[in-house]
Design a protein around this ligand. Sequence first.
Ligand code: SF4
Ligand code: SF4
Length: 129
Amino acid sequence: MPVVCSQCKEPPCADVCPVNALSRIDGVVRLDKDLCISCYKCVDACPFGAFFAHDDCKAPIKCDMCGDNDPACVAACPKEAIRLIPEQALGETRRLGNLLSYTHMKEIEFYEKGEKKVIHYTEVGKEKL
Ligand code: SF4
Ligand code: SF4
């Protein structure tokens, strides 16, 4: 199963960065490549393995919600396993989640045109929603 950055509210990756190159802005943990010194401590610190090193890139790589908060992973998923859910719809989703006794439900919060939205993903199949 692919791992998606959770845009942690208190991101461990940012905690270990020695040059404060990682900041959580409008719900998205962003990497400032101009500040980054490529120490890769963030890669080791992420508990989800959602920070990556790549030989072709000087700085590590992480999800930035595709920059425009229109994530390509959401558009590409043929099973709609990753979805954007507006904040106001989350309560209902959580209620359904409780009914189904979810054991693995995660959220990514971000802002789009001033509106708080959340990517909500789970290991439960769409047909059960
Ligand atoms: S690789 Fe860059 S972003 Fe990651 S901890 Fe080091 S300086 Fe910070
Ligand atoms: S890269 Fe890892 S630690 Fe950093 S915000 Fe994403 S999930 Fe959290």
